[in-house]
Design a protein around this ligand. Structure first.
Ligand code: SF4
Length: 476
């Protein structure tokens, strides 16, 4: 009898170096003030995501679920979904409920469109109130409730993990949030201090000039540093998601159901009046891009660029800020840039020609790859789609066969076993980092973040050289 290898027949991902798509959506929703995620699917998905997020950020995070059972999987989950929404709104009084679908829900056809239909949403913020009312959850008007009695904004997003990773779920959530809070045809709401914008003619934009920022899935520390960089030019930043406090805050005197911080729903609605939208990442296809939507629907000029890791990429970011503000690079940032450049020269002998294997979130891989080339290192990229460690390790083996062994592995903490297998150091960046402390404070962006990353790479190489030396080599 002929046997069939299932792995050959199906497209499978084993030992993934990325994580689950609704996890990315959960992080994005956690960056909205009083934002709450409701996963449409099984409880296990919510448990897994909570555990993964908490272990990285070391902060509490509640994730609700429509709790599929065998019966729901066969006959549909609309009833569960409505009940879950009612419970969430009653217990948490959220300003936003982000409903993200899981693999099982999507497999039986219950995608974002189904969620919207089931909740009686017409889509966008206008649908939020009717959805909440349909769920018996509140009577406030509009979709911009701030919790504590008003109807929450409800956003639905399709996030099957077999169609993408945490990066895709994160981006899909930002797009859904942007569409819901800035519906086509809505007037620009630039706030009380609105003034005609010099660069946009009659179009009004907020004063000071406002930048709508769509970060990739970066650390809270990097979000803080992006806000500081934009602020240094005298610009106001509206982050499409800002989990810099909600997922990296201080201690509480009393338990809270939802942490303080995050971008308000009202601020999100102001993005359509921004002077520009800056979007970081490696994939800028119009149908997936939140900044693309703002540009198409509201004429907000869009600047799409890789994450600012390294001098070249950070210069490109700074140049946009400089054009928008009409100001030169502020002296503090210029000094930071000079120190970084100086360190490139100082450590050139340690990094030049060294090979580093990259893996994980494509937004990070692309940015790190550009940075490594800038400092004279050789990036090795996973073969194929780069979703699992087999593809990453294949790239390393191919390089070894050419007589060019890998010196370093750079990526999230899931690469630990790969680094052990190859017997090279691992420099941890991105998400998740479970096997070290402080993953939420790892910086890689801007001149300051690049400096920290550069120092870590150089020291990892020096440390390995030191370990391999049998003569007590201590002076470099
Ligand atoms: S990969 Fe799919 S099934 Fe697994 S936790 Fe994520 S959504 Fe749930």
């Amino acid at each position: 009898m002929k046997t069939e290898n299932v792995a050959e027949r199906c497209e499978v991902t084993r030992n993934a170096c990325v994580v689950c798509s609704p996890l990315g959506a959960t992080i994005a929703f956690a960056g909205v003030e009083r934002g709450m995620t409701l996963l449409h699917g099984s409880q296990g998905c919510a448990t897994y995501i909570r555990r993964y997020v908490i272990s990285h950020f070391r902060e509490p995070l509640d994730v609700a679920s429509s709790s599929f059972t065998e019966e729901t999987a066969v006959f549909g989950g609309a009833g569960n979904l409505r009940l879950a929404l009612e419970n969430v709104v009653r217990e948490y009084a959220p300003a936003l409920v982000g409903v993200a679908t899981t693999c099982l829900a999507e497999t039986i056809g219950e995608d974002a469109a189904y969620v919207r239909r089931s909740l009686g949403m017409s889509g966008g913020a206008a649908g939020a109130a009717s959805a909440a009312a349909a769920a018996g959850a509140g009577t406030g008007a509009g979709g911009t409730g701030a919790g504590g009695g008003g109807a929450p904004l409800i956003v639905a997003v399709s996030t099957p993990s077999y169609r993408g990773s945490h990066r895709d779920g994160f981006r899909a959530a930002l797009r859904a949030l942007t569409e819901a809070t800035n519906p086509r045809g809505a007037e620009a709401d630039a706030g009380a201090d609105a003034a005609p914008c010099a660069t946009q003619g009659a179009r009004k934009c907020a004063a000071p000039a406002t930048v709508a920022l769509f970060p990739a899935m970066v650390s809270p520390a990097d979000l803080r540093s992006l806000k500081a960089d934009i602020g240094a030019f005298g610009l106001e930043a509206i982050l499409a998601t800002d989990y810099s406090d909600t997922l990296d805050g201080g201690p509480w005197k009393a338990h809270r159901l939802l942490p303080e911080g995050g971008t308000t729903v009202a601020s999100l609605s102001r993005m359509r009046g921004a002077s520009a939208a800056i979007e970081f990442g490696a994939d800028f296809s119009a149908d997936r891009s939140a900044a693309g939507f703002l540009e198409q629907a509201h004429g907000v000029p869009r600047h799409a660029m890789p994450l600012p890791v390294g001098i070249r990429a950070t210069d490109a970011f700074m140049s946009v800020l400089s054009d928008l503000s009409g100001k030169c690079l502020p002296p503090a940032l210029e000094a930071e840039r000079a120190r970084l450049l100086d360190s490139y020269v100082d450590a050139h002998k340690h990094v030049f020609g060294k090979r580093a294997l990259l893996y994980g979130d494509p937004d990070h891989v692309e940015a790190l790859s550009g940075f490594l080339r800038e400092i004279g290192m050789i990036p090795l990229l996973p073969e194929g789609e780069g979703r699992d460690f087999a593809q990453a390790e294949a790239a390393a083996r191919a390089s070894e066969k050419r007589g060019e062994p890998v010196d370093l592995v750079i990526g999230n903490g899931k690469g630990y076993k790969t680094s052990l297998k190859m017997d090279v150091p691992l420099v941890r960046t991105g998400f998740p980092i479970h096997d070290r402390f402080g993953g939420q404070r790892v910086r890689v962006l801007g001149f300051g973040g690049t400096q920290e990353l550069f120092d870590r790479i150089v020291n990892a190489l020096i440390e390995r050289k030191q370990e391999d030396s049998d003569v007590g080599y201590t002076y470099y």
